[in-house]
Write a protein that binds this ligand. Structure first.
Ligand code: XMP
Length: 521
């Protein structure tokens, strides 16, 4: 555990068997007010108990329980006394392990199904006789293990829910964690509060208190910390939390590389000064230095490397002036931990290693304070609200670390920055009424560096082309271009050509990711 992760008392493990929805199960459990973490499917139950886990939920997964190399649970799990809830593959796995019969279904079942409830007890406590559930499976439990009762069935799934109340082991073939199962959260609540007798103790208010005391303890009575504010949500909330914990012993450094969006540097610094007047905040204006380093640079990866290296250099210089500082605050969040493969689950593939401030910890021999490590993004936002950060800061769209530099194709100059910055502000102003969310994940302007011929007031022009990109996404890993209303596109186009000098044409990017990426560089 890195310094500053809060101790949480009541907790549940999601044992991950490679499920698409393992994170969603953990999110749903937390939504019920119980802390939850992912662990590897074969986690040792004694270890889980030693870590304070009071129950385990076995996730779904793509394998067949009788298939070669199918992931197995730890053999001691079944007799560990931990209350268990198996979902989909988890349901089949526990049925198979405890002596039931699992087979390949003649027809795989995907999508909504009507489920008939024959015993409204245990995880189905309070359920009506018939309810809609969401199924996604190719195998079936045909006979429950000895000692288990069948509580529900659908037309194609004869053993949809099983229960052994004495052993507190339950299995459901459907997915309670997805929104398409309307009573799904009720299944989880029945398990957590009815079967396991847990209490709903997980809230951001409580987390803020617990995390602040944990930070105080690990930083010690005289320890000093420094935070790099980027303008993003995670670094802002981590900074606010550590400030609550150690007050004036934290200094925040905002490296203003001059590649920010319109009014961004002022908004971020003003938001912090307003919410935390006692925080020591150093605003380093380094635009000249970054522009000088980027002069003549065209190749995108070189731009990123230069900006990263310059950022580290500026930060080091400023931090060096503070005297002895032992800790660096980082805004690492739970999906980063899982994606980096350093998380709970050995099953989650390593997709990319995240560093909010690339290269800093290695070079500077700081100890890390990462107080957001256990949190999902929406929890980070809720915590930020709890700590008094303004909603305008917590609900910004994602913005890349290298900033507008990777939205200017070709050389980054002061004039081109001013142009793309204004166009970007117009795009964001016009998209604002539509709200941010999955439908519009990001919307921005790009300067492709192409010039085209136009006509303005009977005069021929040879001006800049601006591209507008707006995408729909769940997580930025894949994306589709947003189907923006034509009148919104019309306003964006006419405002950019009228209000941004030198631009005579606007195009809309209609490429998904893949094959394109979200950013143009
Ligand atoms: P791409 O362009 O790879 O972007 O489809 C995926 C998401 O990541 C953001 N992005 C970055 N964020 N540093 C960051 O902090 C970067 O270098 C960077 N490059 C892309 C991008 O805005 C999108 O949300």
């Amino acid at each position: 555990m890195s310094a500053g992760s809060a101790p949480v008392t009541e907790r549940v493990a999601v044992l991950d068997f490679g499920a698409q929805y393992a994170q969603l199960i953990a999110r749903s459990v937390r939504e019920c007010g119980v802390y939850c973490e992912l662990r590897s499917g074969d986690a040792d139950p004694e270890q889980l108990k030693a870590e304070g886990f009071a129950a385990a939920i076995l996730s779904g997964g793509p394998a067949s329980v009788y298939g070669e190399g199918a992931p197995r649970a730890h053999p001691a799990l079944w007799s560990s006394g931990l209350p268990l809830l198996g979902i989909c593959y988890g349901h089949q796995l526990l049925s198979h392990a405890l002596g039931g019969r699992v087979e390949r279904a003649t027809h795989a079942e995907y999508g909504g199904a009507e489920m008939e409830v024959t015993a409204a007890e245990g995880v189905l406590s309070g359920f009506p006789a018939c309810t809609r559930v969401w199924m996604s499976h190719g195998d079936l439990v045909l006979e429950p293990p000895p000692g288990f009762v069948v509580c529900a069935r659908t037309a194609s799934t004869p053993v949809a829910v099983i229960a052994n109340a004495a052993r507190r082991i339950y299995g459901v073939q459907f997915h309670p964690e997805v929104a398409h199962t309307p009573l799904g959260l009720q299944v989880l609540r029945n398990f957590l509060f009815g079967v396991c007798a847990l209490r709903a103790t997980w809230s951001m208010e409580r987390y803020a208190d617990q995390a602040a005391s944990a930070i105080r303890e690990s930083v010690g009575p005289a320890g000093r910390a420094v935070a790099a504010l980027s303008g993003g949500v995670d670094s802002a909330v981590a900074t606010a939390l550590v400030h609550r914990a150690i007050g004036g012993r934290l200094t925040a450094i905002f490296v203003d590389h001059g590649l920010q969006r319109e009014a961004e540097a002022e908004e971020v610094t003003a938001a912090f000064a307003g919410a935390f007047p006692a925080l020591r905040l150093i605003h380093v204006r380094a635009e000249e230095r970054f522009l000088a380093a980027l002069r003549g640079v065209i190749e995108p990866e070189r731009k990123r490397r230069i900006i990263g290296a310059e950022f580290v250099a500026v930060f080091e210089e400023e931090a060096g002036r503070l005297g002895t500082v032992d800790f660096l605050v980082q805004g690492t969040i739970y999906p980063d931990v899982i994606e980096s493969g350093g998380g709970a689950s050995a099953k989650a593939a390593t997709i990319k290693t995240h560093h909010n401030v690339g290269g800093l910890p290695e070079r500077m021999r700081f100890r890390l304070v990462e107080p957001l490590r256990p949190l999902f993004k929406d929890e980070v936002r809720a915590l930020g609200m709890e700590l008094g950060l303004p909603a305008s800061l917590l609900w910004r769209q994602p913005f890349p670390g290298p900033g507008l530099a990777i939205r200017i194709l070709g050389e980054v100059t002061r004039d081109r920055l001013a142009l793309v910055r204004r166009a970007d502000a117009i795009v964001r102003e016009e998209l604002a009424p539509l709200g941010l969310g999955r439908e519009i994940w990001q919307g921005f302007a790009v300067l492709p560096g192409a010039r085209t011929v136009g006509v303005m007031g009977d005069v021929r022009t040879y001006g800049e082309l601006v591209a507008v990109r707006a995408i729909a996404s769940r997580d930025a890993m894949t994306a589709d271009w947003a189907r923006l209303p034509h009148d919104v596109l019309e306003r964006i186009s006419s405002r950019i050509t009228n209000e941004v000098p030198g631009v005579n044409r606007v195009v809309y990017d209609i490429t998904s990711k893949p094959p394109a990426t979200i950013e143009w560089e």
